[in-house]
Structure formats: structure tokens, C-alpha cells
Write a protein that binds this ligand. Sequence first.
Ligand code: DGJ
Length: 740
Amino acid sequence: MKLRFASSGVPVWKAKNLLLALLTLLATNVFAQKNIIIPIESKDNALVLQVGEDKRVGIIYFGKKLQNTAEYQHIPGMYKRGDDYSGVLNAAYTSAGSRNLVEPAIQVTHADGNTSLALLYVSHQVQKENDNVSTTSILLKDPVYNFDVTLYYKVYNKENVVEQWSAIRNNEKDSVTLHKYASANLYLSAEDYWLGHYHGDWAKEMQPEEERLTAGIKVLDSKLGTRANLYQPPTFMVSLDKPATEEEGSVLYGSLEWTGNFKFDLEVDPLNNLRIIAGINPFASDYALAPAQEFKTPPFVYTFSDKGKGEATRNMHSWARKCKILNGTGSRLTLLNNWEATYFDFNEPKLTELIEATKKLGVDMFLLDDGWFANKYPRNSDRAGLGDWQENVKKLPHGIGYLVKQAKKNGVKFGIWVEPEMVNPKSELYEQHPDWVIRQPNRPEHLYRNQLVLDLSNPEVQDHVFGVLDRILTENPGVAFFKWDCNAVIYNANSAYLSKQSHLYVEYVRGFYKVLERFRAKYPNLPMMLCSGGGGRVDYGALQYFTEFWVSDNTDPLERIFMQWEYSYFFPAIAQDNHVTDWGKQPLKFRTDVAMMGKLGFDIVVSKLGKEDLKFAQDAVDTYESFSDVVWHGDLFRLVNPQKNDFASLMYVDDAQSKAIMFNYLVSNRYGAGSLSPVKLGGLKPDKKYRIKEINLYPGTKSTLANDAVYSGNYLMTIGINPDVNARRASVILEITEAK
Ligand code: DGJ
């Protein structure tokens, strides 16, 4: 159903009975006040906008929902922190060039060269998608120029999640240049703001930072083009007043659904309020919007909780699984990957052995990684061949088809690695299509991992990229999985195709999405891993086309505990691919236990495993199968933070609160390090009884915990259980099942 409202304050219903409509609205008190109040509410939270008498739309509240909508209007008067001389510090979408003096959400140059923009309320409406999802849109227009912006707030009620974006329309006679065009503009009020954000590099994803924001602007951004999250992911959290803990405090999580350059401005303004502007990075990206055209910004997704980080995470996970990640409520394929087992050095017999090993291990699929293609410049290292997607005849004389058949013979599936957006200069593709490559014509090429990026703004390149995937699947319908890699950043950003170079960063991402749309139209369900030299590209824009992402090339389990923990704030376990490899000094059990807190895979030489290790790995695959449903779809409770303790502890609980899996890992070598006290569990039913059993034990070892002990949920969540983590028991997995 659609509800429309207009600036006169008189609702314009689609339905005929205007009087009844008016009475209904008066009864809900929306228009009973002098100013129009627009509450955007979810189950527990509210973002409240108010239209002033001057028609400017401001944010008067962000936080926990009030019972009485009419009371929101009192809130601004309660703050005596000074004067807002401009009157627009709290703008719902701050425009540059007129009264505003702070960081804008939008900045434009009109067709006549004028650089001012004012956006005034015209109307708003609420569109209901279903019982849980509705979108409020607010139309704003410049009173002088024929230029308007619609703000969209899509509310996922139960999940307490909002996706916010804007549509910018130019109805002037000539092009308008958009210098900045954010997705969202928020305004929060607290005494202090604690920003949690991340930095990183290859093999060092998700290094956390937390800091108090002081007056001025803190910027989080990326200008890398592709592999945009190499140094910084597009995700952050802000705690209000004091750093939130897992169970206490008010916290906002935000993430931009955009697989490219992003920018978050976090500005503590003169009134000590926090302005958040989130969107595509305007860096080198002036966008000429033609007359009668609309620019739709990507959604900025956020959730808020006044009950700490744990609840915010569960909100985000639930939304991600049900509404965003491809097949987020489905299942995933366990696998054996050959990247670290062989690197580029393989042939048909070696791969056939690995396919047999896949079966022996008991996982679902064999995943063939980099190195299977190119003939003129064979792909025997990362220096050549990228772009030439024909099977290398020396390594694979009978093509992919032979391997698919081998997989079938062994009762496993077959997946394959691609990196279709990129090219080595040493390749036939580069020789044939130099104009498809992003580079400055009059400067030396600068390579990243010996490769360059193809210009996805060019429709011919989009066809090519789609064609690479489509050909593999058409010729080999048995291919069941893609790992889509993206190893280079964009240097020398310049497109031979575009006439306006400042459109490149935006059009690249749009081109990427066009390919993915086309791919998904033809292959809606094929599982696909989002990979970028590790986790260099992890965002919810891409994840609507992908089933999962590669967390990091760093598979040292000790490092992984920390990375997986940090990713877990924003991304559910079902989307995180974790492989058991030979990185790190820990035994196979520890490595496997860590990989189990997400989607389990292996990248080891199975034939080199000793008898006991092999038995353990085979049993572990069965064990994983017995509880993967809980890890993939359950609620996450982070119990003991490895950043602050000698060990990490977390658990997943199923919807029915009848089964849970608890993971515990030692992260310190210090004398006596381990779980000295019981760990309080979360998410159980106090009045249910639960049986606790240690699982995934290494052959020949026994649990030190009481066998099959039964406790009440109340006991487990009030007193807890000690998993007995110590140097001799460095990783412990507990299965918690309802005892009936
Ligand atoms: C980077 C990925 O992160 C690795 O897993 C592997 O696929 C290599 N690329 C292959 O070149």
C-alpha cells in the first residue's frame, strides 16, 4: 500500500475517501503539529525527520523508538548546546553552496554555472512491500532550479535495519555536474562518539581500531577503484556515549553497498552532534548528469541497538541472510581447493588425484584455482596469461570437461577459479585489445601483481567478462562453482572508452554490476565466491550476487581467529570461507576447529596427511555436516573477546534454541593461559535443559569435561561453563543440545 503526503500537510490518498484518510492521519497525530514529522521506525528504533516552516527537512532524532510519535518534536528543545547559525546542521541531506557551512551530502554545479543548492520538502510517501519491509521516500526540490532529490529509507522492521539511498534528478536544460552525491546523511546526539573501524593490507584484513571522535571530521575512505577494501573496508560502527560492549551500550553499524571507492565523513559539529555522510567517494569523480537523467546512489545499510554489539550483529546477520546475500538462507559446499597444494604447478594426473582426495576427505567439491588457462603465454606464474581463458593444453589436454567428468565419477562437484576483470600485459587479450585496458596513454604502465584492470565501463568489456563465465558454463554445464578473484587496484585511472574520465570509478562498478545482473539472470543459483587477493572486496553491494567471500589469504589459524571475529560483527558465518591450510604452527585439529566457524574448506595435500590426521579430517567433515546448519543460520553470541583475553569463545544458537555450537580457541602462549573461569553462554532458553558434549576430538584423545553433563539454560547463561581451554587443549568445540 502507498500513502502519499504533500507539502500542504493534506494527505493525497490513492483511495477515494479523503475525509476518512484525513481523520485517520489526525488520529495518528502526524499532522496535528505545526510541522510535519516523518518518523521512520523499525521494531525498536526510529529516525525522525521534521519539515520546518521553511520546508527544510531536518533530523530531530535517531535512536530507540518512543511509544508516542507526537513526543519526538520535543526532543530538539531539550538540547542547549549552542546555536546553529545556519539552521541546517541537522539537514536530512545537506546541500552545499547555500546556507550550509559543514560537510555536504550533495554538491553540484548547475547547468548555468551556479554552485548553490537548496533542497526543500515537496512530499513524502510510504510504500509497503510486505508485512516487514516498507520504504519511506521524501521528495526534495530546489526552489530556484529544476533539480530534485528523493531520499529513500527502506526499513526492515523485525531486523531493525535500514537501507538508505538517494535519487538525484536533473530537469534543467543542460548537464548538471555532481561533485558529491552521498547515499546517506545521519545526525546523532550523544555526549561522546566512539568510532570502531578497520585498516589492513594483503594478509592483514580487518585490523580493528576504536577511538573517541573529537570536533572536526574523521574520514574513512578508499580510492583504489577495484580491490577497494585492501586498506579499509566500507564498514564501521559508532558507539554513543561510551564504547559499547557485547551486551550493553548504544551502537550503530554502517556499511556501504558499493564495490568501489567509498567515503564516510564523521563530523562532530559545533553542537557536539555527530553528522555522518556516507556514499561513493567523490574523489576524481565529478559526474555530469544529463538533462532528464537520474543518478541513483548505492544503499548505505545500517542498524542500531541500545543493547550492545551482540544484538547489532544479530540484526545485521539476520538481514544479510534473509534479504541480501545470494542464497543466504540456503546451504554451502564444503570443498578441497588446490591453490596452496599446487600453486601453478599441476597437470591432469595431479588434479585427478586431488579430485579423488576430495572424495576421500568427504567434502562436497573440488575447486581448481589459478593456472589452468592460456597457451601462447601459459599461466605458469602470475606474470603471464591472465585474460586468455582457454584451457592450457599441456596441463589440461582434455580440457575442463575431463575434470568435470572425473569429479562426477568420484561423486563430488567441480568448481573453478576465474579473474575475468584483469589482464597480464603478457597475454593475447592485451595484444588484441589494448584499448580495453585501464591506463594513461602517455605514462608508463604501473602493474599490481603483474597485471592491469580491464575497463568495465566499456560495454564490449562487459560482454567479454560475461562471455568468459558463460563460455565455461555452456561448454561445461557440470561446473558447479566459481571463485571470482580480483587481484589488482586501479593505477593510472583512464578509460579509452569514456569521454568523461571522472565517470570511470562509478561506471566501472556499474559495469561490474551489469555483468553480474546478466550472469544472475542466466545462472540465478550457481554458488560463487567473492575473492580479491583475500578479502580485498567485501561489501554488501557485491554480496547480493555472491554466496560467500574469501576472508583472507592469511590462513594462519591464530590470525584467522581475530579476522573472523572482526568480520563477524558485520557478516554472517555462512558468507565467510575458511580453509584449513598449512599456514601456522598449530596442529590440524586447531586449524580445522577455526575453519569450522564459517564455511569449511581445505587447501592441503590430503595424500601427505598421516593416518590419524586423515581420520581426524574425515571425521571432522562429518561432524561439521552435523552442525553446519546452526553455524550458517543460527544467532551468533560472541562470549570472550580474543583482543582482550587469552582465549576466544563464541557460539551459534539455532532458531528453536534447542541446539548450539560453542567454539573456544587459545590465543596466548603465556604460562597458565586458558579459560580460568566459566564462560557465560548466550541465546539459550533459561527454562530448558541442555546436554553439553565436547566434539571434534582428535583420535585417541578424551574430553576433560564431564561426559554428557546436563545444565539448565538459566545456569549456563548465569554461571556458564568452563570449556577448559589451555595449552594442552588449545581448541575446544562444544555441542549444546536440548535434553528432553
Ligand atoms: C588470490 C586469492 O586470494 C588466492 O586464494 C588465490 O586464488 C590466488 N589469488 C590465485 O592467483
